[in-house]
Ligand binder design. Structure first.
Ligand code: FAD
Ligand code: 2HG
Ligand code: ZN
Length: 480
């Protein structure tokens, strides 16, 4: 790993890790909770996309809040920079060190503390893997209000710290609403217990909300209390092919009125996105080839009622000429296959060509402009060496994932796409990061979605929670 990878950025004046520091860490946690062998540490330095990497020499794996508190207190006293890390599935470079920050991983903080069958409130440690939480809840007739393609690896602490959206957002809304309480450790090691479990609590400032989406820059989240809905008794999935993006919008309108309370997800993908999954995983498309596709899910309590609604909705869509082809199923393994066509897109794009470089834009846009940006980018890339320019995402929440893949990193292509995509998005009143956060990669564009006054207040908050700036430096806030 090369040490000079970000020439525009200077390492902050933090202490360098010495043997004395390691000895102190060994007093806080046991030896098997510390990694220092370079080959053991290396994977923790590299992000999921393999596009950003740090050169930290130590990974600490605390088991509980007290250990986190002692680690952070020591790091703060010694001026050691820290990178909080969950499942390392973040896509904006927030989860790995930039330089040699100590990695504090929540991997061993994976205990479920309680599940209340009456209120549906789950309390757990931050390192629980999302999918494991869902399985444990399922046994009690409950489910997580959050689901995303990285569910098998991401931690709930990472989800909360990025305010992850995902495919159930349409039904259950943001983590700001579903997370009832948080326990976090501030940079100085003080434990902030905001682990309330009440749905209603208007007692002063909503401190827990500050940690939701702060990407490890204000504190390390150690426990979460989250409100979980009943697991729907009946789930159905429809996968449809359409002629145009306008038709996706019309079908979404139709779905809202016809499926109403049972509509639980509405996702879209264009042909290049979908075909990358079909090609990479050698699966068969369930519908005939079309320029656009949508996946529609219903979740309710009465299977025949929901099926009847879904069938009548599809018939209307076809009669109006909006839907070209479609398939519908309530059979679990077939539903999983249909979901794989959507959830498998990020990984398929990454693996469609060896060593390719993928630009990922995660933007919110008004419906009228939602897909236009994909065509704008294609126009700008005309004649250039690119493999794929595609759009997919949570259209029901106005959240587009625009991905551009090229055979290898090219500054020329970067200059074609950036700042264009961000400025275009801001011009139409969109958000330059709908759900992935700012991390390391997007700090210089924060001003396009936040006013100078807002950024100033963000800096003041950072000063209150982390005056020495040891927590996830170089992330979220732009360089001054
Ligand atoms: P990490 O990647 O380890 O960390 C993410 C950020 O949170 C970093 O800044 C890190 O420092 C901080 N952090 C982690 N844990 C803590 C903690 N305990 N306390 C404080 N800070 C912490 N995102 C969506 O919103 N919607 C999606 O649909 C979606 N789908 C995805 C699909 C795939 C295939 C992949 C690879 C990613 C996807 N993501 C999606 C990105 C998303 O941000 C992450 O998957 C997830 O929320 C991050 O969790 P993590 O545990 O992996 O966190
Ligand atoms: C998704 O919805 C994720 O699949 C990842 O948010 C999007 O990788 C991406 O661009
Ligand atoms: Zn997404």
């Amino acid at each position: 790993l090369t040490k000079v990878r970000y020439p525009h950025l200077k390492r902050g004046q933090y202490a360098e890790i010495s043997e004395k520091h390691i000895q102190m860490f060994e007093r806080i946690v046991s030896k098997n909770q510390i990694l220092t062998d370079p080959s053991d540490v290396e994977p923790y330095n590299i992000d999921w996309l393999k596009m950003v990497c740090g050169y930290s020499s130590v990974v600490l794996k605390p088991r509980n809040t007290e250990e986190v508190s002692e680690i952070l207190k020591f790091c703060n006293d010694e001026n050691i920079a820290v990178c909080p890390q969950g499942g390392r599935t973040g896509v904006v470079g927030g989860s790995v060190p930039v330089f040699d920050e100590v990695i504090v991983s929540t991997q061993l903080m994976n205990k479920i503390i309680s599940i209340d069958p009456i209120t549906g409130v789950l309390i757990c440690q931050a390192g629980c893997v999302l999918e494991n939480l869902d399985s444990a809840l399922n046994e009690k007739g409950l489910t997580m209000p959050l689901d995303l393609g990285a569910k098998g690896s991401c931690h709930i602490g990472g989800n909360v710290s990025t305010n992850a959206g995902g495919i159930r957002y349409l039904r259950y809304g943001s983590l700001h609403g579903n997370v009832l309480g948080i326990e976090a450790v501030k940079a100085d090691g003080k434990i902030l217990d905001c682990l309330g479990t009440m749905k209603k609590d208007n007692t002063g400032y909503h401190l827990k909300n500050l940690f939701i989406g702060s990407e490890g820059t204000l504190g390390l989240v150690t426990k979460v209390a989250i409100k979980c809905p009943p697991k729907p008794k009946a789930v159905n999935v429809a996968f449809i092919g359409l002629e145009s993006f306008e038709n996706i919008l019309s079908v979404f309108q139709l779905a809202k009125s016809e499926l109403a309370e049972v509509l639980s997800a509405f996702e879209m993908m264009d042909a290049p996105s979908m075909h990358s999954v079909v090609d990479v995983y050698h699966v068969k498309s369930p519908v005939e080839k079309c320029p656009f596709y949508a996946l529609i899910e219903t979740s309710g309590s009465n299977a025949s009622h929901d099926e009847e609604k879904l069938t009548s909705f599809l018939e209307k869509g076809m009669a109006e000429g909006l839907i070209i082809d479609g398939t519908v199923t309530g059979e679990p393994s077939r539903m999983l296959n249909l979901w794989q066509l959507r959830e498998g897109i990020p990984e398929a794009i990454l693996h469609s060509k060896e060593n390719c470089y993928v630009y990922k834009y995660d933007i919110s846009l008004p419906p009228q402009q939602f897909y236009q940006i994909v065509d704008e980018c294609k126009k700008r890339l005309e004649g250039k060496n690119y493999s794929l320019c595609c759009g997919y995402g949570h259209v029901g929440d106005c959240n587009l994932h625009l991905n551009v893949s090229i055979p290898e990193y090219s500054p020329e292509i970067t200059n074609i796409l950036e700042p264009f995509v961000f400025e275009w998005t801001a011009h139409y009143g969109g958000s330059i990061s709908a759900e992935h956060g700012i991390g390391f990669k997007k700090t210089q564009y924060l001003h396009l979605s936040k006013t100078a006054e807002s950024i100033e207040v963000m800096r003041q908050l950072k000063q209150v929670f982390d005056p020495k700036g040891i927590l996830n430096p170089y992330k979220v806030l732009p360089d001054v």
